[in-house]
Design a protein around this ligand. Structure first.
Ligand SMILES: *[C@@H]1O[C@H](CO)[C@@H](O)[C@H](O)[C@H]1NC(C)=O
Ligand SMILES: *[C@@H]1O[C@H](CO)[C@@H](O)[C@H](O)[C@H]1NC(C)=O
Ligand SMILES: *[C@@H]1O[C@H](CO)[C@@H](O)[C@H](O)[C@H]1NC(C)=O
Ligand SMILES: *[C@@H]1O[C@H](CO)[C@@H](O)[C@H](O)[C@H]1NC(C)=O
Ligand SMILES: *[C@@H]1O[C@H](CO)[C@@H](O)[C@H](O)[C@H]1NC(C)=O
Ligand SMILES: *[C@@H]1O[C@H](CO)[C@@H](O)[C@H](O)[C@H]1NC(C)=O
Ligand SMILES: *[C@@H]1O[C@H](CO)[C@@H](O)[C@H](O)[C@H]1NC(C)=O
Length: 393
């Protein structure tokens, strides 16, 4: 049904997908460029943070691997940092090109993507290989999508990148969502499904694969396992704050730890933003459930108590909300605040409060990206730079 709506909306352009149109559209880049050109704050500071990133330099050279290993399997040496660093670089360089039109950044970005496409044959390790397929799949596809209209990207190399994303990443994304590595639907926490769904959406868009895109959209709306929105949302609570009612939604990882609870929100924002740019509004699905879940996570992580219902996880019953890593600093909430608070004018006060707490943790007061947080994988789970990329006002 959602396809019919989109086809009507898209028939004017005659193409199935908007390009660039995963996390960012041409209109977004125009807004960003205007703010940067005018020296407006906080965009100007956010732009400086990006341009001083070591991953956003045209001298950046990739270290592609034939097989990427994530997860210590006792045999192979983990080498996946090369993939997340190179992917962060491709993305940051792609943005730098879009905002400046300086092709030295474009050439460096497509060199990273093309080099991986010519080298990578498999992603392996432990079950963690499915985190790699999801996280780095959506990230690489987003870098590729930004570069999709760069005339200097040799068509053979662009096709090779699409083939790598489809054959290696998307195949693993599908396999994970269908089979969960041989486990039942409740075994893997929500972020595993969510990153693989984000990847399928992004690869579907970049490769113009409607079947892939529709599969991910359907799965997210009504799929059987923890990353699907109806399964992810454990309980709704109506709370009264300053005289008005607000709904807080407990997410699937609340009783596990706050590092993963905040990661889930970053991934939900990515899923919804990618679909939104193709005309499918998942932000509003189930009465803005993503906002309600972000409000819950935001409120608890900035230091206030929230209601909680026992959750039966595969590891046992989680009877109280987990305070492990409470106050975790993670990028991702700029996107949520921008969409719900600024674009839609909804009450996103706890989402904004968490965003502000994350930003206050940086010396610049803006959201950073890959390389600005932990140097280990967690610092690269989200592409970040949300103050620059999503903030409207
Ligand atoms: C970059 O090129 C595009 C398309 O030609 C143009 O619309 C935009 O204004 C340019 N931006 C800059 C910063 O030169
Ligand atoms: C394809 O990409 C590789 C790696 O960046 C580069 O060496 C090669 O020149 C590119 N091919 C063409 C035709 O531009
Ligand atoms: C499109 O995606 C589906 C999986 O959803 C896959 O089976 C198919 O091979 C893809 N098509 C192309 C042309 O890659
Ligand atoms: C939470 O509320 C939304 C919107 O009404 C609803 O779709 C969803 O099923 C509710 N979830 C739970 C767990 O009650
Ligand atoms: C978890 O809680 C459920 C519902 O109260 C109960 O049936 C189950 O036995 C509990 N499991 C464990 C391992 O305590
Ligand atoms: C964190 O939660 C544990 C388990 O519920 C509890 O014992 C501990 O007091 C809590 N710590 C803080 C700082 O709230
Ligand atoms: C950011 O958070 C970390 C961990 O909580 C803390 O150690 C550090 O001092 C904070 N930095 C700033 C600038 O607030």
């Amino acid at each position: 049904m959602f396809r019919i709506i989109s086809l009507v909306a898209l028939s004017a352009t005659g193409t199935a997908f908007v390009h660039p149109g995963a996390l960012h559209t041409t209109r977004d880049f125009e807004r960003i460029n205007t703010h940067v050109t005018n020296g407006d704050e906080p965009w100007n500071t956010a732009w400086t943070l990006l341009t001083t990133s070591k991953f956003a330099q045209s001298s950046y050279l990739p270290s592609p691997k034939a097989t990427v290993y994530r997860g210590a399997n006792g045999v192979d040496t983990e080498n996946y940092p090369s993939l997340y660093r190179d992917t962060a670089a491709a993305y940051q360089l792609a943005i730098r090109w879009k905002v400046t039109n300086d092709t030295s950044y474009a050439d460096a970005a497509v060199n990273i993507l093309s080099s991986w496409a010519m080298t990578l044959t498999a992603i392996d390790g432990t079950s963690d290989k499915y985190l790699a397929s999801g996280l780095y799949g959506y990230q690489m596809a987003n870098a590729a999508e930004i570069m999709s209209d760069y005339s200097g990207w040799a068509s053979r190399n662009k096709t090779a990148t699409a083939t790598m994303l489809s054959d290696i990443f998307a195949s693993m994304n599908m396999l994970f969502l269908e089979e969960h590595n041989g486990n039942d639907y409740y075994h893997y926490y929500a972020n595993w499904d969510q990153c693989n769904l984000a990847s399928l959406l992004a690869i579907g868009i970049f490769t113009d694969n409607q079947t892939m895109y529709d599969y991910a959209l359907d799965y997210f709306r009504s799929g059987p396992s923890n990353g699907a929105l109806p399964v992810f949302a454990i309980e709704n609570y109506t709370v009264t704050e300053s005289g008005s009612n607000k709904i807080l939604t407990q997410g699937q990882e609340a009783g596990r730890d706050q590092g993963h609870a905040t990661l889930d929100m970053a991934l939900l924002g990515i899923i919804a933003q990618q679909a939104y740019n193709q005309g499918d509004d998942l932000f509003s699905t189930y009465s803005n459930e993503i906002l309600n879940a972000a409000e819950y996570v935001g409120k608890y992580n900035v230091g206030y108590d929230v209601p909680y219902t026992m959750y039966e996880s595969y590891e046992g019953n989680q009877t109280v909300i987990s305070n492990s890593s409470r106050g975790e600093i993670r990028p991702g909430f700029e996107l949520l605040s921008a969409h719900y608070g600024q674009l839609k004018g909804l009450d996103s006060s706890w989402t904004d409060a968490y965003r502000n707490m994350v930003n206050a943790n940086s010396t610049d007061g803006v959201e950073g990206g890959g390389g600005n947080y932990a140097s280990t994988s967690g610092g690269f789970d989200a592409l970040g730079f949300g103050t620059l990329l999503y903030r409207i006002s």
